[in-house]
Design a protein around this ligand. Sequence first.
Ligand SMILES: NC(=O)c1ccc[n+]([C@@H]2O[C@H](COP(=O)([O-])OP(=O)(O)OC[C@H]3O[C@@H](n4cnc5c(N)ncnc54)[C@H](O)[C@@H]3O)[C@@H](O)[C@H]2O)c1
Length: 308
Amino acid sequence: MEELDAAGRDAIGQIVTLAAEEGPGGPLLDYCRPCARAAATPMPPSSNSSDPHNPPTRKGMTRMSTLTFDFTGRTVAITGGARGIGLELGRFFVRAGADVFLIDLDEDEVGKAAAEIGARGLHADVSSTADIDSCVERIVADTGRIDIVVNNAGILRDKVLWKLSDEDWEQVLAIHAGGTFRLTRAAVPHFRAQGGGRVINVTSYTGLHGNTGQANYATAKAGIIGFTKTAAKELARFGVTVNAISPNAETRMVASIPEDKKAELAAAIPMGRFGDPSEMCAAVAFLASDEAAYTTGVVLPVDGGISI
Ligand SMILES: NC(=O)c1ccc[n+]([C@@H]2O[C@H](COP(=O)([O-])OP(=O)(O)OC[C@H]3O[C@@H](n4cnc5c(N)ncnc54)[C@H](O)[C@@H]3O)[C@@H](O)[C@H]2O)c1
């Protein structure tokens, strides 16, 4: 087992906590789906060798079954935070000590979601520059900073391309690609003044490989990859990293896919299932952490292997 210092940091400074040492309420990040689902109920300490989270190890070794991330003092803005992946990320960051702002078009849901997880909810449309600029002003007025931006808001308007209207096309691009650009742009002056920042964008398998019925979405998500790499190059000099995840999670967005198409998609996932939204947290937490300071311009699939 690696030696930890008094703060629980390992050789590279990562805060690491053994499951048996973690008390209730800590910012646990469980790498196990059933535990991740139970985000509101931290995994109890256990030294029981029959516990699947803490299996027996060789004599003299202790298995590290949980990692903790500490985002105390950090301000995080997450678009599309009212539900799905954005809400799970918000829940994770709140538990990890951050000041979290959920930004969403759905005013009722974002208020409820924020109250439920202990975040603040902002009603805004990511396709509106005025909305996004005023969100960032409000976040900085309330907390004095903005450290981590997660560009996650999104919609689907699926049709084969010859049936897509101009509105289907423009709306999808304005929300996915335009929203990612707008919030990142608004955060840059604050990142520069603070000496750093983290941007995590949310792209898709479709942006990497294309998908029938999603010419608008594929274009937007591929655009987000180009934006991520360009912004990573432009902002590196300011200590800002820009990365993306390509998720695969069972959310309302997946529920909206027709059953036959959904079954086809599930069958193509090497892991044989859609992910749980909470399973996206580990990747985002890493990319948002201080330890990821030298990782930029990366697209990290968290997708059960579908993009292999
Ligand atoms: N679920 C998946 O398997 C999957 C796969 C690949 C990519 N993604 C991407 O992950 C992100 C989150 O997806 P999800 O599955 O959690 O979706 P979801 O539909 O559950 O949540 C999306 C959220 O975005 C909000 N939103 C939509 N338009 C907005 C706007 N103009 N301004 C502000 N908020 C807006 C919605 O109100 C909603 O709360 C999306 O960008 C999606 O494209 C999801």
